[in-house]
Design a protein around this ligand. Structure first.
Ligand SMILES: O=P(O)(O)OC[C@H]1O[C@H](OP(=O)(O)OP(=O)(O)O)[C@H](O)[C@@H]1O
Length: 185
């Protein structure tokens, strides 16, 4: 489905704000403290999962006061839709060699988990010394890949389609400064 900017504005105007920006800032503070406690001495490589992970990574970085490196990957299974396909499509792999590195995968949302599971497997296969994951939100339902959980998670959201803080609705609304749920979804 192709959305017009006018339709995107209507979706935003009628959406329910689930978690406002001040609460997200607190959640990010807590995530950053936990990440710092575990990774400050490990010279970690943070991998941003494009596109949705860009806000989470951008908000975390200034909260992390230790030496680290940043790279990105692009893997998608939603392709701008609100239903994910079965296959994770790899568009860009990390440029930095992962072998021997302590990797932290940073994404916006853990929903059904196929995306994160595929990325974690890729990092392990590439020889990372350790692989952890940080997601800004996880969605509460029982459809997630069994046994998969993020090491660091900011907030939980109900089983509705959400946007904001990097998460899109048909490629719009990633810039919403809060976590919103689409009305009726
Ligand atoms: O847990 P899952 O059900 O696999 O879904 C989570 C993934 O879905 C979104 O990516 P998407 O494929 O929509 O690409 P995007 O980051 O460009 O929005 C989101 O950014 C996560 O990477």
């Amino acid at each position: 489905m192709r959305l017009t900017p006018e339709q995107a504005a209507e979706v935003w105007a009628s959406a329910d704000c689930l978690i406002p920006a001040p609460a997200m800032a607190k959640a990010l503070d807590q995530m950053a403290a936990a990440i710092s406690a575990d990774l400050a001495k490990l010279n970690p490589l943070l991998l941003c999962v494009m596109t949705g992970g860009v806000v989470t990574l951008g908000q975390l970085l200034p909260r992390l006061a230790f030496p680290l490196q940043v790279d990105y990957l692009h893997a998608t299974r939603y392709d701008g839709n609100t239903q994910g396909g079965d296959n994770l499509r790899w568009l860009v792999s990390p440029r930095t060699p992962l072998s021997g590195r302590h990797v932290l995968v940073v994404d916006d949302i853990l929903d059904e988990g196929l995306t994160l599971a595929g990325i974690l497997a890729h990092c392990q296969e590439a020889g990372a010394a350790s692989v952890r994951s940080a997601v800004l939100v996880k969605k509460l339902h029982d459809r997630c890949v069994p046994g998969l959980r993020a090491d660091y998670c900011g907030e939980s959201v109900p089983d509705r389609y959400v946007f904001g803080y990097g998460m899109d609705y048909h490629e719009y609304l990633r810039n919403a400064d809060g976590i919103y749920a689409v009305a009726g979804q």
